[in-house]
Design a protein around this ligand. Structure first.
Ligand SMILES: Nc1ncnc2c1ncn2[C@@H]1O[C@H](COP(=O)(O)OP(=O)(O)OP(=O)(O)O)[C@@H](O)[C@H]1O
Ligand SMILES: [Mg+2]
Length: 255
């Protein structure tokens, strides 16, 4: 039986997971109080499917149990996250956002109608159903979502500077748990929302401008996804200030 002692040095502790490093392998241990086996197996499956689709994700080495918790071990990427680079060198924020947008557009350029990836709209509809919002607001959001175009681009679903690591010049992307096939602007709306939830409005607007320019998209179109994407975050975010921001986004009336 593998124990946490076998996994090497503890490099990060979150309230619901722990990350260990040993001999070039990173092991992410998911607390069974928060994650079911199927959540962990799905994250590993998405990550390896990204590798098989020639996307820059670390290869999954194994999925196993550590006591009663499930764990994924992957190749360790030796480098800094884009978030850390931005924090250490704020004067060059624009340059780092440019890299994030390039990586995102390159992921989105992969098309997938493979059933291994859920449809983005199915996932969003599910989160709206579980959001805890009242029935009228939920209905309104389901209708808004239904009117949006169906695409089948490879969407990471949580592409933030924390989830990108540079090993030299080569960027790797982590955290594929939310990957879907769908509309690129929804993926961009999620990244934009994550900047604003971190309180980084300047970063958010720099990001939106850059994404829209590089992808030749109207900012209003990305913005039109914000209410739906914000509703999906109500299931997992408990911080009162962040929830207030999500509710403001949801209640914006669109004409
Ligand atoms: N394969 C890897 N190589 C190097 N570092 C990694 C690797 N996987 C994870 N890390 C480090 O651990 C941190 C957290 O990992 P990860 O993003 O996978 O989990 P998380 O952010 O807690 O997950 P979630 O966003 O699903 O809550 C990363 O920001 C990175 O610093
Ligand atoms: Mg992460």
């Amino acid at each position: 039986m593998v124990t946490e002692k076998d996994l090497g040095q503890l490099v990060l502790t979150r309230h619901n997971k722990k990350i260990y490093s040993k001999d070039g392998i990173i092991t992410k241990v998911f607390d069974s109080k928060f994650y079911q086996a199927s959540d962990v197996l799905k994250e590993a499956m998405n990550q390896e499917y990204a590798v098989e689709s020639s996307l820059p994700a670390p290869h999954v080495d194994s999925v196993f149990m550590v006591g009663k918790n499930w764990a994924i071990s992957s190749d360790e990427i030796k480098g800094k996250t884009l978030a850390k680079m931005m924090e250490e060198d704020p004067a060059n924020k624009k340059k780092y956002i440019d890299k994030l947008v390039q990586i995102q557009i390159s992921i989105l350029s992969h098309l997938s109608d493979n059933l291994k990836l859920p449809k983005l709209k199915d996932k969003l509809n599910n989160y709206i159903t579980d959001s805890g919002l009242d029935a009228t607001t939920r209905y309104d959001l389901h209708v808004r979502l239904e009117k949006m175009p169906n695409h089948y681009k490879f969407c990471h679903g949580d592409l933030t500077p924390q989830n990108i690591i540079f090993e030299g010049d080569k960027a790797y992307v982590l955290d594929w748990a939310h990957a879907t096939r769908g509309n690129a602007s929804a993926d961009a709306a999620m990244t934009y929302l994550m900047f604003t939830l971190e309180g980084d409005d300047k970063g958010a607007s720099m990001y939106l401008k850059d994404f829209c320019k590089k992808s030749d998209t109207r900012p209003e179109y990305v913005q039109s996804w914000i209410s739906v994407v914000s509703a999906t975050k109500l299931c997992t975010i408990s911080d009162p200030k962040q929830r207030e921001l999500l509710m403001r986004n949801i209640n914006v009336v669109e004409y």
